[in-house]
Structure formats: C-alpha cells, structure tokens
Design a binder for this molecule. Structure first.
Ligand SMILES: C=C(OP(=O)(O)O)C(=O)O
Ligand SMILES: [Mg+2]
Length: 401
C-alpha cells in the first residue's frame, strides 16, 4: 500500500536564510509526506555530514531516488532508511548528505502516516503515550555561536517543570521570554535576538544568570507553577587545548575548574538541565560532573553523543551524562534516531528531542517527541520556525492533528 512512487527534492529557505533540502515522498494509495532538513551552527565534530543543499540534492537524485522509487514502502521506515544507507555507502552520509537523507526519511514517515490515515506521532508509535507530554525547554537568552557579542554560554533555557499541560508550559516559556526583555529594558540593555529567537544582549554570563533567576521566579509567581532554568553551555565551541581549557570572555577555565564551575552553578541556581558542559571528547569530565550533580539535574550530551548509538554506548559505560539530545539530522535517519532513543531508555538515560539553530516550519520533531514519550523537547520559545513545533504540540494535545 505504501510503495514509494516518487521522491522530489528541492532547495527551500531555512530560518537563517540559507538553502536547505526539502523532500516530498509520494506513494501508492495517494500517500504524501513533505519534510525539510534543519541545520546546526554549533555542530558536533562527530555529526553526520551536511552537504551544500544543491550538491546533496544532486547526489540523492542520482544515488538514492532510484533505490526508493518502486523499491521501498514508506510505511516500513527501516526499509526506507536501509535504502538511504545503502545508497550512501559511508558511515556518515558524506556521499548523499545527511540533509538529503533526513529530509527523505522524515518525509517517508509522513507519507506512511498519511496512507494509514493517522497523525505522525501515532504512526511513529505514540498511541500508548496516554496523557504524557514532553516539557518544552525554551531558549530565552544566549549567545555563543548563535549570536555575536552576547553571552559565552550558548543558551539559557526556561524549564516549566510544574506546568499542568504542555500548552501552559509553552505559554510560560513565552512569558519568560517577554519578562527577560522587560528586565533588560529596566537595566537599559539593548538587545537583538540570536538565531533561535532568544535575546542576545551584550551582557556577561553572571548577569544572564541573575536575569534568568528573576524572570523565571516572576513568571512562576504569575502562573502558579514551578519554573526552573537550565543551560546549553555548548562547551566544545569554547574548548581550546592550546589555550589550556575553556575560553570565556574574562578567563580560561581548566577542565577541573569547568567541572567545579558548572557544579556550583547547578547548586546555586538549582539548574534543572545542563547540556554539553564539557568538550565533546571529554567523557571523563562528563562522568565526573554527572557523579557530582547527576542526582539533581539532567546532564545532557549533544555534541558528545550526536544521536549516535556507538557514542552513547561509550557514555553509558563510563557514566558520562544521564541524558541525550536527539537531533535526527545529526545521524541522518529516523531509524537511527529511534535506535539512540531505545538505547537511552533501556539504560535510564532521559532523551530530549531537539531542533537546530537553523530551522524550517517542519514539525516532525514535535511528533517524534510525543511518539517516544520524551521527557523534554528543546525547540525554542518564539519565532515562526520555533512556534511551528510548539503550536503542533498544542494541537496534538488537543487531538487536532
Ligand atoms: C540547537 C543547538 O544548536 P545548533 O543547531 O547550532 O547545533 C544546540 O547546540 O543544541
Ligand atoms: Mg547543544
């Protein structure tokens, strides 16, 4: 029923104004799915390879499309994704591009769902989720690779842990985003926004911590439930061996100092979430920090694990982190992303389904998070390409998809 009859690929715009790959998958019985690849700025060294969009499209048309059309069924995700791997022939999608692969993989899932006549999250296995929904992590202030002349730490994230529903959580994050702006105005700090719509003021990290503390507490009082906050340090972007460690605007921290600094921040601000606090090669540092504060906060590996079961397996063995960020384009297919989620769940690691800094209006990750009962989803707080996912979560909660 879901035999693939056509795969069409095109260049579309992402939120940074760069070209990215969009795929349409058509099947027998009139099935149709469309999806677009996102793109990172603070990319991990071990991610699958994104090619320039035109090149990825040309290579996929030549090598992947003939292995899909008339050959595989969109309703059989493993079959689709195995064909993509076979067409590519490398272990990092450097031949057809992870951007072409992930767009086709996600579009096929949507085509399979459309033939089955069910929402994508259900097709992906979400029928047993009950009423559980991921808590959205809302990026409200930051800098790093996502904005020049702003904080060293890439993301300060609002975490509405006490929200009674996903929609209340989403509106709470938007309110924290607004409150941060109010506080910046009170302090006479002008601010534009970074790639993900977070405020990107020219302040140091210490001031950002003060502002986050104030903003989350003020909004928590207004809405009547607990709101904590967390970080994506994106520390691999700061790490420079020749400089002796983590290069901040005002100083360099050695690995030991970095572990101590982050552990102190977790305790001082009761942080709920700390992503990539150490370099992407430093399993030992991650294990040390997890040992110290892993019982009170999520220590999450993004550039460390890159949604890769091999790297996650190493982390599990060493006790490095206690959760994994899931970005389908880091690994190239939905099947590979599911494998990483399964390995995480089997080992009591949390999983956080995530957007990229360069995004489109694609909503696949909202469905993936609900389907896999992810405890968290990281997809920004404001901005059209971010609200596309957040509004889709609201619709899923309302049984309106
Ligand atoms: C979303 C992130 O940014 P990017 O997409 O630039 O890697 C991240 O680092 O978690
Ligand atoms: Mg990250």
């Amino acid at each position: 029923m879901t035999l693939v009859t056509d795969v069409r690929l095109r260049r579309v715009l992402d939120s940074r104004g760069n070209p990215t790959v969009e795929a349409d998958v058509l099947t027998e019985e009139g099935g149709f799915g469309r999806a677009a690849a996102p793109s990172g700025a603070s990319t991990g060294e071990y991610e699958a390879i994104e090619l320039p969009a035109s090149e990825a499209i040309a290579k996929a048309r030549e090598d992947a499309v003939p292995r899909l059309v008339g050959e595989v069924h969109a309703g059989n995700q493993r079959e689709v994704d195995a064909a993509l791997h076979a067409a590519d022939g490398t272990d990092d999608f450097s031949s057809i591009g992870a951007n072409s692969a992930v767009a086709i993989s996600m579009a096929a899932a949507k085509a399979g769902a459309s033939v089955a006549g069910m929402p994508l999250y259900q097709h992906l296995g979400g029928t047993f989720r009950g009423n559980s929904f991921p808590i959205p992590l809302g990026n409200v202030v930051g800098g790093g690779e996502h904005a020049a002349d702003a904080t060293d730490i890439q993301e300060f994230l609002s975490v509405p842990v006490g929200a009674p529903s996903v929609s209340e959580a989403i509106f709470a994050n938007a309110a924290v985003h607004q409150k941060v702006h109010d506080i910046l105005i009170d302090r006479d700090v002008p601010s534009g926004k970074g790639d993900e719509g977070a405020w990107a003021p020219s302040i140091d990290d210490a001031e950002a911590f003060e502002i986050m503390d104030e903003a989350t507490k003020a909004v928590a009082d207004e809405v009547g439930f607990e709101i904590r906050f967390g970080l994506d340090v994106a520390a691999a972007e700061m790490y420079d061996e020749d400089e002796g460690g983590y290069v901040y605007s005002d100083r360099v921290r050695s690995t030991e100092e970095q572990v101590e600094y982050i552990a102190d921040l977790v305790r001082e601000y009761d942080l709920k979430y700390v992503e990539d606090p150490l370099d992407e090669d430093d399993y030992e540092g991650f294990a040390d920090l997890t040992e110290q504060v892993g019982d009170r906060t999520l220590v999450c590996g993004d550039d460390l694990f890159v949604t890769n079961t091999g790297r996650l397996g190493d982390g599990i063995q060493q006790g490095a982190a206690n959760s994994i960020l899931i970005k389908p384009n880091q690994i190239g297919t939905l099947s590979d992303a599911f494998d990483a989620i399964e390995l995480a769940v089997e080992n009591a690691y949390g999983h956080v389904v995530s957007h990229r800094s360069g995004e489109t209006e694609d909503t696949t990750i909202a469905h993936l998070a609900v389907a896999t009962d992810a405890p968290f989803i990281k997809t920004g707080a404001v901005g059209g390409e971010r609200t596309a996912k957040l509004n889709e979560l609201i619709r899923i909660e309302d049984n309106a998809v």
